[in-house]
Ligand binder design. Structure first.
Ligand code: SAM
Length: 245
């Protein structure tokens, strides 16, 4: 079931912010200069588009299917061109981009083959794609998976696993440049911010599980938050770097 991002756009920025480590990871590998053309694919409300434009002063563009999300992005920075588009049509000429990146988007794309064909068409030869996603193992290792076990199956169904992403990209002319994961062992208290994110269903998976499973998980999570329980996790994300050859 596709998410209604026009509706979700109303509250999206309350719970979802730029992660500066993600920005640094994207910028540390890509060789960006001021006249580089960069695409934020599935840019949502433009959080990463604006941050990367601010830091690099390069030509950063956003493509986003939801009018609601795109409108929020336009309001944030009038100098950035935010266009309507999706995995089936990226409204730019051939061989235009030096870098296409996507953060938290691939699990919403119904046909990643079509998406890679569009990436191939619009990227320059030697251009890079950066996909920020999570492997199936990383989904299992999310600390909240133990509070909301039903999310694991839901998420594995939505997220293409890393080997599937790589083999689909290879079929469309890309080579794997690097597969980096940020898994780290962590021990921490549950934050008030995270409780708010869950209550607002700030991750779309919470809208896809049974109401009772959600309520049960939230109750346990709040109890551990109130008791200052230390939770442990070895969770991270995957940055997949692919090159057009
Ligand atoms: C979780 S949000 C991430 C937004 C933004 N990238 C960020 O990190 O804040 C997922 C975004 O993917 C967009 N999306 C959904 N289906 C898409 C598709 N087929 N092609 C491109 N973007 C899509 C949604 O409209 C939504 O804005």
């Amino acid at each position: 079931m596709p998410m209604d991002y026009d509706f979700l756009s109303l509250d999206y920025d309350i719970t979802r912010k730029v992660n500066i480590d993600t920005v640094k990871s994207i910028l540390s590998k890509a060789d960006i200069v001021q006249n580089s053309n960069i695409l934020d694919f599935g840019c949502g409300t433009g959080n990463y588009t604006c941050a990367i434009r601010e830091l690099t002063k390069a030509n950063v563009y956003g493509v986003e299917p939801s009018d609601g999300m795109r409108q929020k992005a336009i309001e944030k920075n009038k100098e950035i061109e935010f266009k309507k588009g999706d995995h089936s049509i990226i409204p730019f000429e051939d061989s235009f981009f030096d870098l296409i990146y996507m953060t938290d988007v691939i699990h919403h794309v119904p046909d990643i083959g079509l998406m890679f064909a569009e990436f191939y068409r619009t990227l320059k030869t030697g251009g890079l794609v950066c996909i920020l996603t999570e492997s199936h193992k990383q989904i299992e290792n999310r600390f909240w998976s133990s509070y909301f076990p039903a999310t694991v199956a839901v998420e594995k169904k939505r997220y293409p696993d890393i080997s599937v992403i790589i083999s689909t990209a290879e079929k469309h002319g890309f080579i794997l440049d690097e597969n980096i994961n940020s898994d780290t062992e962590q021990h921490f208290n549950i934050s008030e911010e995270f409780i708010g994110l869950v209550e607002n269903k700030g991750y779309s998976m919470f809208r896809l599980i049974d109401k009772d499973d959600f309520s049960r998980g939230l109750k346990l999570l709040k109890k551990d938050y109130e008791n200052n329980v230390i939770v442990s996790s070895n969770h991270g994300e995957t940055f997949l770097w692919l090159k057009k050859v």
